[in-house]
Ligand binder design. Structure first.
Ligand code: XMP
Length: 319
């Protein structure tokens, strides 16, 4: 597409003009936006860019390895991988309020990111994969005027407390355009087509308090669910699909015994921008197949339900 090729060239020139010989750090989340921003900026300024990947311990199965493999090993982009899961999970211990969780994660994220940026000897610029809808949503998100439905955290939530100037090469683009730019830059389709994943990660998919054990159970259930979706050829038809681990235990039968385990809720929605969404109309057969696999393969879950709520009135995530 000639427009994207032109956008790429123009963006590269703008980045070079803005940054000069300065040092840039970019927070990577493993999502499409920060990945495209990082590859674009790396193309513009090479090793003046260092990526920082803060692993909060709330990622999906194999996610951290995938990010490191792609950026450090495939693109040769300097990358700091900080495993801060003990810190995050420690601070979240016993916390069940959704907004408190979001604030703890957002605040800790900034602290760790700042620490890593300082350990590099400081940076002049902070690069972010902020998109146009992020710019709008941070003004008024989902609800009416001045109603905060959820405090958004993403790698784009960093700036206020940090003294760096911002580099935001995607701020005029929508999601589909970022994907197109990613293709133009040669990023793998597996990354470009990825469903969005929220900054606070699995924390907002575990209503109630978060433990390592619950994260582990949810990671496994989520991986089985997504495997089923991919096998059924439905991944690309869905905006976002994930499992939620409910803080409810129910009774079941397992062999000739009684089980008393968690309920897992499955969510899948169609959407164009995440602002409104419809529950994906799976066949019953698909759902019962996924449920059976989850219960058979994931210890700790003995019941599976499907969320049929649209947005509004629901939100996509559960917290
Ligand atoms: P909701 O749950 O508000 O989500 O309907 C709309 C879209 O935004 C994602 N989401 C987030 N993304 N940081 C992010 O980067 C966040 O704090 C956050 N909260 C929700 C959600 O996954 C969906 O795609």
């Amino acid at each position: 597409d000639w427009t994207m090729a032109a956008f790429r060239q123009q963006a590269i020139e703008q980045i070079r003009a803005q940054v000069g010989s300065g040092r840039v750090v970019c927070g990577l989340s493993g999502g499409v936006d920060s990945s495209v921003a990082a590859v674009l900026i790396h193309e513009a300024i090479g090793d003046q860019l260092t990526c920082i990947f803060v692993d909060h311990g709330l990622l999906r199965q194999d996610e951290a390895t995938q990010v490191v493999d792609l950026f450090r090993d495939h693109y040769n982009i300097p990358l700091i991988h900080r495993d801060a899961s003990d810190l995050f999970l420690g601070k979240l211990e016993g916390v069940s309020d959704p907004e408190t969780k979001r604030k703890i994660i957002g605040g800790t994220f900034i602290d760790v990111f700042d620490e890593e940026a300082k350990s590099l000897g400081g940076a002049d610029f902070l690069a972010q994969g902020t998109l146009y809808p992020d710019v709008i949503e941070s003004v008024s998100f989902t609800g009416g005027p001045s109603v905060t439905i959820k405090s958004h955290h993403n790698v784009g939530g960093l700036p206020e407390r940090m003294k760096m100037k911002l580099v935001e090469p995607l701020r005029e683009l929508f999601k589909d355009e970022v994907r197109e730019l990613g293709r133009e830059l040669g990023l793998p389709e597996s990354l470009i087509g990825r469903h969005p994943f929220p900054g606070p990660g699995l924390a907002i998919r575990i209503p109630g308090d978060i433990t390592r054990e619950k994260c582990e159970i949810l990671r496994k259930a989520d991986a089985v669910y997504l495997d089923e979706i991919r096998k059924a050829g439905l991944y690309d038809a869905i905006w976002q699909a994930f499992a939620v681990l409910l803080p409810v235990k129910t009774v079941g039968v397992m062999g000739d015994g009684r089980s008393y385990d968690y309920v897992c809720a499955l969510r899948a929605v169609t959407s164009t921008d995440g602002m409104t969404a419809d529950s994906y109309p799976f066949d019953h057969e698909f759902l019962s197949g996924a449920a059976t696999r989850i219960i058979n393969e994931v210890r700790g879950i003995n019941r599976v339900v499907y969320d049929v709520t649209s947005k509004p009135p629901g939100t996509i995530e559960w917290e």
